[in-house]
Ligand binder design. Sequence first.
Ligand code: G3H
Ligand code: 13P
Ligand code: ZN
Length: 317
Amino acid sequence: MIVTTSDLFRLAYGKYAVGAYNINNMEQALGLFQGHIESQAPFIIQISKGARKYSGIPMIEGIIRAAETMYPEAIYAVHLDHGDEATCYSCIDSGFYSSVMIDASHEPFDQNVAITRRVVERAHAKGLSVEAELGMLGGVEEDIKVDEKHAMLTDPDEAKLFVEQSGCDSLAVAVGTSHGAYKFKGQQSLHFDRIEAIQGQLPGYPLVMHGSSSVPQEEVLRINASGGKLDPSACGVNENEFRRAATMGVTKVNIDTDGRLVWTRVHREYFQSKPEEFDFRKPGTIFVAEYAKFIVNKSNKLGSAGELPAVRSALAK
Ligand code: G3H
Ligand code: 13P
Ligand code: ZN
């Protein structure tokens, strides 16, 4: 059942974080739904501009509609990830999405506010909620001075001002995460002091963490052992920190790269060990099972595992 993102946030806030996963194809959708049924967790499906282009809009939406009939028990929202203004309007007008993200974080503060405000007006008129972004998400390297590190994180006072002026419903904040497989050199912790300070300025307001893949070392090593060439020093976010972040208002955690690593590992290992094979359904079947297993683990780390019955009964009232 597709529900509003704001309903999921209201039920999760302060207790657990909802996992938000990007999908591009049928196999990811199958694993995503199976993993969430198995872990009894609500979730968010994210569609990026790149996914809309790769699959075609009717195809990516059709995959989700088909999954809905195959897994009627699932409860989830459908969200546009990293939208520009035009893509936000296209998704708002389509009637298919629960929420959109307008990403104008590269613009100066006032421009970011103005663009976000326009999207909020169009979205709210149709009952959708809007995620915006403030701050510079990126690798905070260990050799950067403490002052510089903090300058790259979202400023709590600015966050409050931004939310007041733009009217956005949730805010992606820079608190020590980074997109992609190459996030940091060496293990890093989330900046809990900064998350706490932002929550202090925005009590009860849902915060979003992008770039939250953990880039497991074991996955990278298996990919490289089967012919891959990923940088073995790749390091990600410590998933054992998700639950603490959730108690501080982090309500949505975005994960894409880790799922891509599962896909790459499964296919590389399969075809390396069976060079005579060419039936892609065989590794595809393994991938669906492995991706579902991966989702179950993430639901446990996010604290969303087992929450499905409570969400269902709250939404039925
Ligand atoms: O943060 C971006 C997501 O990982 C989506 O990536 O734009 O390549 O689909 P994409
Ligand atoms: P990762 O690259 O860490 O998976 O982040 C995904 C993301 O933020 C999608 O918006
Ligand atoms: Zn992102």
